[in-house]
Design a protein around this ligand. Structure first.
Ligand SMILES: [Zn+2]
Length: 366
């Protein structure tokens, strides 16, 4: 006989529990509880999307907490079955959409206790103040801790170099990184713009122990993570036209790798990465020594960005983009911010006090 584990549950279920629930009724009950949990997360996120204000995701997590707790507690009291484990998986996925690390841990523990296959689909997760990491394909909690140390350091590197104010395409929400272990990296890491409530990076890895970079087959994972964050901060052009010819994320990626190698070269988390030998602004400056800055192709844009970097400094570039962010009049697709060089120039015009630097900006930017 399948029945709920705890008869303390109040309401109609208590009656059925006493009689013993038929599998169909268990399924309906589990689905109803997962529906309630998911709906609560969705309602909070949708309301935030309409009016983000200054609300942080940690504050959002308090909203609807009691109704989610009731649903989750009841679900956790149900005995293991395919329907219950499927409902637990749904709640685990939803918990991540609101950075509910404690709920996720309870759900995961239950799936492990049940010996459910859904525990692999759910994977592991780690919530920190600025981001939510999800580990799939067999990555354990220790791996996520190490990855989180690297990711935190990269974000701090961006703070120190550019000082961007807002990361997520939806203000207040934490960034997401979906790290998955694969046999071979066939698709590179990418910024996945399609998620409605946050910005997410998809990040394949091949070593379950260390974030060694470059990998034996020449994949620059550490640089790749820095590069993807460049996309998160700014896409260029529009849906049909990549105005920067994919140079911006390469520029910010190289700048951050270089900065972290110079300032944190001895840090424990830095040891597996040697990307700075191959990915740095110095290498690109040398390669492009005879090139002309412009917007016609990738090397011209890269040269333009490096010249801006040298003329006014990366902090001024960050300040110009922050000004555009605060005004928030730019194109958005899937809520992702799209910049243009014209708007970047406007940002400089409004924020740069250094007259010589501004003259150089005007000469470089259209
Ligand atoms: Zn890219």
């Amino acid at each position: 006989m399948i029945r709920a584990r705890c008869a303390r549950f109040a309401g109609p279920l208590a009656v059925v529990v006493a009689l013993g629930l038929a599998p169909g009724a268990i399924r309906a009950q589990a689905d109803r509880l997962a529906d309630a949990y998911e709906k609560s997360v969705r309602d909070v996120n949708e309301a935030h999307l309409r009016k983000p204000g200054d609300t942080t995701e940690d504050a959002l997590a308090q909203r609807g907490a009691r109704e989610r707790q009731r649903a989750l507690d009841a679900l956790l009291r149900l005995e293991a079955s395919e329907a219950v484990d499927a409902a637990l998986l749904r709640c685990g996925e939803a918990a991540l959409d609101l950075a509910l690390g404690d709920d996720f841990a309870r759900i995961r523990t239950q799936l492990v206790t049940h010996g459910a296959t859904q525990r692999e689909q759910l994977g592991t997760a780690l919530v920190r103040p600025r981001f939510v990491l999800r580990g799939l394909g067999g990555l354990d909690d220790d791996y996520l801790q190490r990855f989180a140390d690297v990711f935190d350091a990269i974000l701090t590197g961006y703070d120190e170099v550019f000082g961007f104010d807002e990361w997520s395409k939806v203000p207040g929400k934490k960034l997401r990184v979906r790290v998955h272990l694969v046999e071979q990296v066939t698709a590179p890491p990418h910024f996945a713009p399609e998620f409605p409530w946050h910005s997410e990076i998809d990040f394949p890895v091949i070593d379950p122990n260390e974030l060694t970079s470059p990998t034996a087959d020449g994949k620059f994972l550490f640089y790749g993570l820095c590069h993807e964050l460049g996309h998160v901060i700014a896409m260029w052009g529009d849906r049909d036209r990549e105005e920067d010819h994919h140079a911006w994320a390469h520029y910010t990626g190289c700048a951050i790798v270089d900065h972290l190698a110079a300032t944190h070269g001895d840090a424990e988390w830095m040891k597996p990465s040697r990307d700075g030998r191959w990915r740095s602004p110095r290498i690109e400056r040398e390669r492009l020594a005879d090139s002309t800055p412009g917007t016609g192709d990738r090397d011209a844009v890269l040269k333009l960005l490096l010249d801006l970097h040298d003329a006014v400094g990366p902090r001024a570039i960050g300040t110009a983009l922050n000004w555009q962010d605060a005004k928030d009049r730019r194109l958005r697709i899937n809520r992702v911010r799209y910049d243009s060089f014209g708007e970047l120039r406007e940002g400089f015009e409004r924020t740069l006090r250094d007259r010589a630097g501004l003259a150089r900006v005007r000469a470089l930017l259209p």
